[in-house]
Write a protein that binds this ligand. Structure first.
Ligand code: FES
Length: 94
């Protein structure tokens, strides 16, 4: 199972998740705490995270991420609600 490390607010949490998981769905069902999110549909950007490690295991940004994040994509920012986790990943949510 992929391991997700989430940094934020001076804390970090590490948790294994099922392959193919979406972190916002897990957060909404209280199986992945600490992740801030809003709409869950790629509209609000409240779930924005910066990928610190493991970006190569993520799908290419979709049109919602390209529209909302623009140049921030090049800095490693992604919308957690649009990601499917298949490998270990380390994220920062500011
Ligand atoms: S939760 Fe709104 S864009 Fe991800």
């Amino acid at each position: 199972m992929p391991k997700v490390t989430l940094h934020g607010n001076g804390q970090w949490r590490e948790q294994e998740v099922a392959e193919g998981s979406n972190l916002v769905v897990l957060a909404a069902t209280r199986r992945f705490a600490n992740l801030k999110y809003g709409c869950g549909m790629g509209k609000c950007t409240k779930c924005t995270v910066r990928v610190l490690a493991g970006a190569d295991g993520l799908p290419e940004p979709n049109w919602k991420e390209r529209k909302l994040l623009g140049d921030r994509l090049e800095l490693g920012y992604r919308l957690a609600c649009q990601l499917v986790i298949t490998r270990d990943i380390e994220l920062l949510q500011e």
